[in-house]
Write a protein that binds this ligand. Sequence first.
Ligand SMILES: [Zn+2]
Length: 406
Amino acid sequence: MTARLSADEQRLIDHIARRRDQLVDDLRRHVALPTGRNNTPALDEARGLFTSRLAALGALVSAVPGAPRPDWLDEAPDPAPGAVPPTAVCSRLSVAGAGCRILLAGHLDTVHDPAGDFRELTVAADGRRATGPGCADMKGGLVIAVAALESLEACGVRPAFGFVLNSDEETGSFHSDHTLRAEALAYDVGLIMEPALPDGSLVIQRPGSAQFRLDARGTPAHVGRDFTSGRSAIQALAHAITAANALADPARGRIASVGVVTGGIATNVVPPAASAWGNFRYPAEPDGREIDAALHALAFAQPGLCLAVRTVLNRPAKPRMPATDLLAATAQAAARDLGQPLPLGVTGGVCDGNNLQAAGLPTIDTLGVRGGGLHTPQEWIDLDSLVERCQLLALLIARLTRQGLR
Ligand SMILES: [Zn+2]
């Protein structure tokens, strides 16, 4: 290997290299648990497998019930009314005298349909690539994070760490946001196991993201007999959609897009109701507030016709900040010493790193495995990245524990 590593660090790296088969087996087991769409039995099993291993390291484990999600977000509320919001779980290991307190976070859920055909890890003939639901996003990341903590323990390094495992990241972390933010206050740095960009890049900056809904209510009337007494909700909604989409200004990092529309009854009825759901993204909080205000300005009420606007800014923008740059530089130094490239990349995506950093915790959030085809039935993982990224994470945690952030 390289002389840039101390003898203790080299021992840690060698220990992880010997775990490759174990990492693949662990990934296979987790990919086979269909944790999409709030599938409670699989989520409970996956959560139990990880937390029992964290508890074996000495971590205290506590379950935190999910907060309710605004019911206007979905046409058919999900979870269904009366369903229990998914739980988040916090594991904490406090170590007296340890340096930097490190909060790891990862999500157990995937976007994949538990009843679908894409169900298991399939390893390619050359053994280097595999496909499977959530293999990269982010079961691979969770597998290497727990293995890294176990490997550190085996090599005599005891970091002070916390680990939040939530179950609703793919649907916006509405249930677990309060847990993420509360935990963030007790730590010095945040590390999130989202998959790396395909070239291994680390993302240190993300836009904010918000959801909105437009509801038009009109006056129904028979189109043939009584057209002039009707007021069309669809026409009012169409104007509002055009105005909402016009708030997009991609050159300035602003995106606004209506993605779902419903409304009307029949072609011979002036439509009494119509609704639209959309998403907007923004580079910094002032931009988010500006778009939010512009959307609310679309609301109106007049006799027989009105339009209501609802918004929720659930993922605050994650702009660059000096402490995050320092954390990224520490990760890049560790990668360099391992002979791994770790460039900085850009994405328009959002994740729980937005929430942690909004609570003041400097966070880097693409420390997971390399892969691609995320959120599709072609999702894949580069299996060599299990060992490589586990080594990188373990070395980063070891150095943060020994030297702090510098
Ligand atoms: Zn993810």
